[in-house]
Design a protein around this ligand. Structure first.
Ligand code: SF4
Ligand code: SF4
Length: 283
């Protein structure tokens, strides 16, 4: 098999040349695309590419084998439906999010958070690549624990004892076995076992459990490489209104203090230490 010849456009790193044709990496925000955008991607792939698209694990869309003479046309056509090449090189990469409020068990609107973060920090040039993953509940499907900045939604449940009829549905749903039905036929939550995932809140048929407190766990310095590294907890139960400013602080601090060789948050954090980072950003 002939060796593949690959080169990346220095000024537009979302364009990769492979064996004479180009692959365009298209960014999305939280993996959301409307039907006009999907139509446009289909048209570009059909008319100027190989008739296929590839979906990356970071919710980008790759348009492979685009002929050189159609690159500018393809980028212009993408721009007309609000899409752009991006999420490549040393910058804030595509922000990944779960479907958030659209999923029954989710306790936060992750797509809205992704949009807000993207508006402020999307594609910001940095000393390295910063990948942000958001998960709306404590069963993190977007794997926020393995990227530079991980955001995990939490909700602390509280039972309304007047309302609770002891049906036991919440205890069935709790994967942590943190709920028992007591002798008075009321749900009792063991706070030591509870991971604040919010499943019981979403699944009580008579809304007898509510969120006493909502927030986010923030992880930093995770990496999905081999071996993978789990991010370290920077803060817990961060309020929704404080979330975007805190992510901004992390990005700014990394931008100001990273050494040229610290191309990801992991080596930066290894040098700085989580306690120092907490001291700098949280006090
Ligand atoms: S699901 Fe609701 S009503 Fe049923 S035991 Fe749990 S809290 Fe009570
Ligand atoms: S919030 Fe706590 S008690 Fe409720 S399902 Fe999740 S782990 Fe169980």
């Amino acid at each position: 098999m002939a060796k593949e010849r690959t080169s990346v456009d220095k000024n537009r790193p979302y364009l990769t040349k492979r064996n004479g044709t180009y692959e365009i990496k298209v960014r999305t925000c939280g993996g959301m695309l409307d039907t006009f955008q999907l139509d446009t991607l289909k048209d570009i792939a059909t008319d100027w590419g190989c008739g296929e698209v590839h979906l990356t694990h970071r919710q980008e869309v790759l348009l492979p084998e685009i002929k050189e003479q159609y690159i500018e046309d393809a980028l212009e056509k993408l721009g007309k439906v609000g899409l752009k090449g991006g999420s490549a090189g040393l910058r804030v990469r595509n922000i990944v999010a779960c479907t958030g409020g659209r999923y029954k068990n989710c306790v936060h609107d992750t797509i809205e958070i992704a949009r807000e973060l993207d508006k402020k920090y999307g594609e910001m040039p940095l000393p390295g690549a910063v990948k942000i993953n958001i998960s709306g509940c404590a069963f993190p499907c977007t794997r926020p624990q393995f990227d530079d900045i991980g955001i995990i939604g939490k909700a602390k449940p509280k039972v309304d004892l007047e309302k609770c009829d002891g049906c036991g549905k919440c205890a069935e749903m709790c994967l942590m076995k943190a709920i028992t039905i007591n002798e008075y036929k009321k749900a009792e939550i063991n706070s030591g076992k509870c991971k604040k995932c919010g499943r019981c809140i979403q699944n009580c048929p008579i809304s007898a459990i509510s969120a006493e407190e909502k927030g986010f766990t923030i992880l930093v310095g995770g990496r999905g490489s081999w071996p993978a590294f789990t991010g370290e907890i920077l803060d817990d139960m961060v309020k929704t209104e404080d979330l975007v400013p805190l992510i901004g602080k992390i990005i700014d601090y990394y931008k100001k203090h990273a050494l040229p060789e610290e191309k990801r948050l992991r080596p930066f954090l290894k040098r700085i230490g989580i306690e120092k980072l907490k001291e700098e950003l949280l006090t």
